[in-house]
Write a protein that binds this ligand. Sequence first.
Ligand code: PHE
Length: 339
Amino acid sequence: MIDKIKEHIGEAQAFTTDNKDALEVFRIKFLGSKGLLKDLFAEFKNVPNDQKKEFGQVINLLKTTAEDKVKAIQDALESKEVSGGIYGDLTRPGEPLVIGSRHPISLVKNQIVDIFSNIGFNVSEGPEIEDDWHNFTALNLPEYHPARDMQDTFFIQTNPDVLLRTHTSSVQVRYMEGNKPPIRTISPGRVFRNEAVSSRSHCIFHQVEGLYIDQNVSFADLKQTLLYFTKEMFGKSKIRLRPSYFPFTEPSAEVDIYWGLKTETDYRITKGTGWLEIMGCGMVDPNVLKNCGIDADKYNGFAFGMGIERIAMLLYQIGDIRMFYENDVRFLEQFKSSI
Ligand code: PHE
């Protein structure tokens, strides 16, 4: 019996683990309420008197050996956990980084800016709160010009000379006032029009307008520049210019691209014609050049302007313009992979 207990002492001394569960199994085996020591203490009364002393000593030794072992391993495991807390479990899979996404309007704007930068256009910006001169008058829209109605304007009530710009042509005026030709600049920005909000139009949207002023600029230069743009932007190489009217350009045109009629969507978005209107353009009216301090006998040029939302809707097949402004993460997250 005593030899058997000594064997258990040896077993307890030799025991080692770095696993909490295994330690618990060990503890229950030796010290548990139905464990070895409990049985041995129960056995004590049956031990002959002359052996009681030695028996008592060895079971006490077994008890302290097991207890010390459990304590020592417990401490070791705990200190390991603490240091693990500093460095983490190095084998654990990494936490995925949450990557943001660019807004589709920024994506398209950047793309347009890149395309025009490649042919020497710089980027110019101006204020969203404008005065009448830069938004209208300098652009050949004198005070009672009916074309002012084309763009329903938000005025600042206390001062009718102050308004929210209705197009970024105002930036072009500022640029011409401050710079000498040759001028090659594009002006991206937010614009405001007092229009009813629907799935197709919004009272706040974004534009990119372009301006090219030099000597002997021709309408063919305008068309080639726009053709280059539509090829780069949409991969489409057929455009047509339909006569139109803008007070600040003469002649003026609307630019359509041939989108094609391959799919049902093509039919829907082009209303069965295959053609899509994407921007307005024209040769800058000499009056505008004069208003901005440029010698209209020496210089001429072209201008164009497009809505970014419209293009983004085409490229990403977005059916409702309001989605751009709702900041619904389910919408925004879909642009994650884009640069
Ligand atoms: N400013 C015009 C608009 O907002 C667009 C345009 C710009 C047209 C330049 C012709 C030339 O609709």
